[in-house]
Design a protein around this ligand. Structure first.
Ligand code: FSO
Ligand code: SF4
Length: 542
């Protein structure tokens, strides 16, 4: 196996024996094969569009779900992965018949298999290292990982009835382009930036889906203690799954708690009507081994990030959507679009209530609508000098000790600076009680990683209010933490919006070759992180 798609990759180079995430070589090969056949299908659908044909929404959604399935920590179930690959080949073989001119199609578009054995034999030859030139490989992977992140956001939007043919067509065109040996570094760099444009569109679509369905996030105090009833813990990002779970647990005596990236669900008005939606339990994804244990009740993983569960609680872990783990019950969507969570609820009733591990509350809900409602206050604070700087510290949390940098950085920023955050990175500083500036909290949490879109909207609004030409003239610094591929599309989106001098940590991606890293440094001023002291000085000078 060879995988270097996430920040925790072995030795900052690549996982070759097994994944730091727990991915086995067999699953890594299965995912490589799934990506390969998905790229083949995408070349076929792209050719069909050129012929003027329409690609069905089911095919679009099959492609985005395939990509989502291979995101770090999403799905460890090789039976599911190979079945999806086989289904992909069936769809592709059928569509291939309609292609008028098959000459010049890549092998991925014409290759097929009839069973898992054949696919398993093929898999080792189609991974990341199949591209020999390290710069081309780096750009192809950068694009592919961005598209994985974008696909995850598209799937969430799809669940709420929102879709975009333009975005789907781009995802497929770009996937197909990563197979094209005639594209050199310049064309791939251009495609990388175009991915950022569609990243913005995808996040905007999901923002409309979420706010159109559940209302605009608003300032909310979220309880982090526990109640006396048994509970179900829901993690991941899918708000539709949460809605279905809340509907089904209503009046059952079972409480619902969020974990990690599901915390921002509390900020939406639509979920506030559920009395049994009592709070957030624990921290970011990587703490789940301890926190799922002490929670005592069932856990529903709606997306990434699964840490291979310990036997002591594995029977309480359920998956749905793109997520999966062998031996954990997977809840499928029925024909009518509903999911039946009754077995989770019945199990919860037999469990002890969660063990309390913290108490108090955290404040959030500062997505674009809420911040813009406070715009006068924020603008005044900037004009009077009460707020001197904004630090965008969006992104991810992770298990490496080096990430303590972000806690220390948050503590070290001057008292007249405000942190804008989104994603699970916030758990490094959202319980520090950093206070407020004239009533404006010093940590403004917009929501999930995709709500980084809100931070961009806020920055663009401030640019307009202050009559600036360039977003980089604002007193905003970007110190972003990344872990997996959704953070890649967020980064590409920020670059597309013209944001310069983003600092990315705790390490730069292993998949950036020295030359590709140089392009990012020279064109966009991307940099890594240093010591807290040096970085604070650097940022305050910028
Ligand atoms: Fe991932 Fe990062 Fe959103 Fe966290 S981008 S790691 S669990 O912020 O979540 O999906
Ligand atoms: Fe390694 Fe990350 Fe790939 Fe898992 S996803 S195998 S940890 S690089």
């Amino acid at each position: 196996m060879f995988c270097y798609q996430c920040q925790e990759t072995a030795g900052c180079q690549g996982c070759t024996v097994s994944g730091v995430c727990g991915k086995s070589p067999e699953v890594a090969n299965g995912q490589d094969l799934l990506i390969y056949v998905t790229k083949g299908l995408s070349e076929v659908t792209t050719a069909l569009r050129k012929q003027g044909e329409t690609v069905l929404p089911e095919v679009n959604s099959h492609i985005t779900l395939n990509l989502f399935t291979t995101i770090t920590n999403a799905n460890f179930d090789n039976d599911v992965i190979y079945q999806r690959a086989l289904d992909t080949l069936r769809i592709k073989d059928e569509l291939l018949q309609k292609i008028e001119n098959k000459e010049g199609l890549h092998e991925a578009a014409v290759w097929t298999a009839s069973d898992r054995n054949e696919m398993e034999r093929k898999a080792p030859a189609v991974g990341v290292l199949a591209t020999e030139n390290e710069d081309v490989r780096s750009l192809r992977e950068l694009i592919t990982y961005g598209l994985k992140g974008l696909s995850a956001y598209m799937k969430h939007a799809n669940e709420l009835g929102y879709d975009s043919d333009d975005i789907n067509a781009f995802v497929q065109r770009a996937l197909a382009a990563t197979l094209n040996d005639s594209l050199g570094a310049d064309e791939l760099v251009a495609l990388t930036l175009e991915s950022g444009k569609f990243g913005v569109d995808g996040m905007a679509l999901l923002d409309s889906a979420n706010t159109g369905t559940y209302g605009n996030p608003e300032l909310t105090r979220v309880n982090i203690g526990t109640g006396k009833n048994p509970g179900i813990l829901i993690s991941g990002h899918d708000l539709k799954d949460l809605e279905l779970l809340l509907e089904q647990t209503k009046g059952t005596g079972v409480d619902v708690y969020t974990h990690s990236e599901m915390l921002p669900a509390h900020y939406y008005p639509a979920f506030k009507k559920y009395d049994n939606f009592v709070g957030n339990y624990g921290n970011a994804w990587w703490k789940q081994k301890e926190e799922f244990e002490s929670f005592n009740g069932p856990v529903l993983m709606t997306t990434n990030c699964i840490v291979p569960p310990k036997d002591s609680y594995k029977s309480r872990v359920f998956t749905t959507g793109a997520s999966g783990f062998p031996g954990c019950v997977h809840i499928e969507k029925a024909e009518n679009g509903k999911k039946d969570f009754s077995q989770i609820i019945e199990l919860a009733k037999t469990c002890e209530p969660p063990k309390q591990i913290e108490e108090g509350e955290i404040i959030g809900g500062f997505a674009h609508n809420q911040v813009l409602a406070l715009a006068d206050q924020v603008v005044d604070a900037v004009k009077t000098g009460a707020i001197k700087k904004f630090f965008v510290m969006a992104g991810c949390d992770g298990r490496q000790r080096s990430r303590e940098y972000y806690t220390e950085f948050a503590q070290a920023i001057p008292a007249d600076a405000v942190i804008l955050t989104a994603g699970c990175a916030k758990y490094k500083y959202n319980k520090l009680n950093l206070g407020d500036i004239n009533g404006i909290p010093r940590v403004l949490d917009a929501g999930q990683c995709n709500d980084s879109y809100s931070l961009a909207v806020i920055a663009l609004k401030l640019k307009e209010v202050f009559g600036l030409e360039d977003i980089n003239d604002l007193p905003i610094a970007f110190n972003i933490a990344w872990y997996e591929q959704k953070a890649v599309i967020v980064l590409l989106s920020l670059l597309y919006l013209g944001v310069k001098n983003i600092h990315l940590g705790p390490t730069l991606p292993a998949f950036l070759s020295p030359n590709v890293a140089n392009v990012l440094v020279e064109t966009f001023g991307i940099a890594g992180i240093g010591t807290v002291e040096d970085d604070i000085q650097l940022f305050m000078g910028e």
